[in-house]
Ligand binder design. Structure first.
Ligand code: ATP
Ligand code: MG
Length: 461
């Protein structure tokens, strides 16, 4: 049944239920018909027996002849009739010629009941092998018993009725199978249409959507859910395409610069100092390139959920102190003043490597986008069960138009490109992923006149 289509399954169940109901109905009808048929035989028999009893009352002498004649009679179903007249002890007085047995079987108990006025019906098998339906009644004076029997072997009415029922049942079940198939096909037509529409949707045309049916049914609901899923897929495909385009662009530019530099250097013979300069420039570009590739690798792994995060209870205080020391070293060439303010301790559940990467990216930005002689301040505070790290600078700041985009991959504000052309625009995307994977948040407040303040909030443990 597993390989059956929904259409076949629906039709099968529908026909089975219908067929079951039909069998039950047929059985009850057949039983009712058989009962009514037997009843009509009994009524006929009783009337005949009463006729003989009447004859016995009118003239006892003609009774014998009358009974003898009965064997030549047949009822309306052409069934043979049998008669026996018994005395009150159950002994045979006379019988119809066709009755070979002494009389129709009767026990002493039944005899008593009949003599007390009860009309007694019974179905028996005669010595000739006929199935007989018999009735026994007492005469009016209670001196004799009249037995009247009829062969019911050739009572074909119930058989004909059963045959008709079976034929009609078969026709009805066959009809319901085809009717069920038709109905299932009709009701599943929207699903067929949906399949055809879905087959037309390819990765290049994810903008297409399923037609929503006007009827408020399950098909409409499924179409809605599939359309929502297609929108999500389209978004992520667009995202991946954009990412690939941006990444290739970001890698192509430094490679083209390096290639051009080397080609110019090789175009004619030069001093050794010229070659050294070209090599130094190429090395610098390669450094930038490898940083972009490294960042891309981190983000790709993060997207695929394959970056293994090992969280442990860690104190942010010593890390902030270390980062401040590193910051002082990289800020020194620009004569940037670095200050730090922190609480005693702030413990979180985190991956130390990633937290360091987060802070280094933020202090790297602060140094990159703060002009010489500027100031960078680091704060570590505890607030409402959260640790807050603020990295504040008085650098070039970020305009209000740029702020919503700075966490996007490869996004760089135009003033940042002018101030420092060494970034790939991936640092803050990584910061955001790290903060999210630690169930925290990162926000920025910035003013191009005053500088920027990045706040990282992480839940303490
Ligand atoms: N402290 C800051 N001051 C001013 N602008 C900033 C600061 N931090 C980030 N920005 C802006 O946000 C943009 C994105 O920063 P992000 O760290 O993602 O990239 P990047 O520093 O340019 O390159 P990368 O970090 O990949 O080397 C920057 O290009 C800059 O425009
Ligand atoms: Mg950066």
């Amino acid at each position: 049944m597993t390989s059956w289509t929904i259409r076949t399954k629906l039709t099968f169940w529908y026909t089975s239920v219908f067929g079951g109901a039909l069998i039950l109905f047929g059985l009850l009808t057949y039983l009712a018909f058989s009962y009514a048929n037997n009843k009509s035989i009994d009524v006929g028999l009783e009337e005949e027996a009463e006729g003989i009893a009447y004859c016995a009352r009118i003239s006892k002498d003609s009774l014998k002849d009358y009974v003898a004649c009965i064997s030549n009679e047949k009822d309306e179903r052409s069934s043979e009739k049998y008669t026996a007249v018994l005395d009150q002890n159950g002994n045979l007085q006379f019988r119809s010629g066709n009755l070979t047995d002494n009389h129709l079987p009767l026990t002493s108990n039944q005899l008593k009941e009949i003599l007390s006025g009860k009309i007694y019906f019974k179905t028996v098998k005669s010595s000739k092998g006929h199935v007989l339906r018999i009735v026994t009644i007492p005469t009016e004076d209670n001196h004799q018993l009249i037995q009247m029997g009829i062969a019911i072997n050739n009572n074909s009415a119930p058989k004909i009725f059963l045959f008709a029922l079976v034929c009609l049942g078969c026709i009805a079940v066959t009809g319901s199978w085809f009717g069920g198939l038709f109905m299932a096909k009709k009701s599943l037509r929207p699903v067929d249409n949906m399949i055809k529409e879905l087959q037309k949707i390819e990765t290049e045309h994810l903008g297409k959507r399923l037609t929503i049916s006007p009827a408020k049914d399950e098909i409409r609901e499924i179409s809605g859910v599939i359309n929502e899923m297609l929108s999500r897929l389209e978004n992520s495909f667009t995202h991946v395409r954009q990412f690939t385009t941006d990444a290739s662009h970001e890698l192509r530019t430094p490679i083209a610069i390096m290639k051009a530099g080397i080609e110019v250097a090789l175009s004619r013979e030069r001093d050794i100092s010229n070659y050294q300069q070209v090599l130094a420039n190429t090395l610098e570009d390669l450094g930038r390139l490898s940083k972009v590739v490294e960042n891309l690798f981190i983000l790709a792994k993060a997207d695929a959920g394959r970056y293994e995060i090992h969280k442990d209870r860690m104190n942010l205080c010593p890390i902030i102190t270390e980062i401040t020391e590193q910051l002082r070293l990289i800020a020194e060439p620009k004569n940037i003043f670095v200050s730090m303010e922190k609480t005693e301790d702030a413990c979180i559940e985190g991956d130390e490597l990633l937290i360091r990467m987060l802070l280094l990216n933020l202090v790297d930005n602060a140094v990159k986008y703060t002009p010489p002689n500027g100031t960078i301040s680091l704060f570590l505070r505890k607030n409402n069960g959260c640790a807050k790290i603020i990295i504040q600078d008085n650098g070039i700041g970020i305009s209000q138009e740029d702020i919503p985009y700075i966490f996007d991959r490869f996004y760089r504000a135009s003033n940042a490109r002018t101030a420092n052309n060494t970034g790939g625009g991936l640092g803050l995307s990584i910061c955001q992923w790290i903060v999210k994977s630690h169930h925290g948040a990162i926000t920025v407040e910035s003013d191009p006149q005053k500088g920027s303040a990045f706040t990282v909030t992480l839940p303490t443990s």
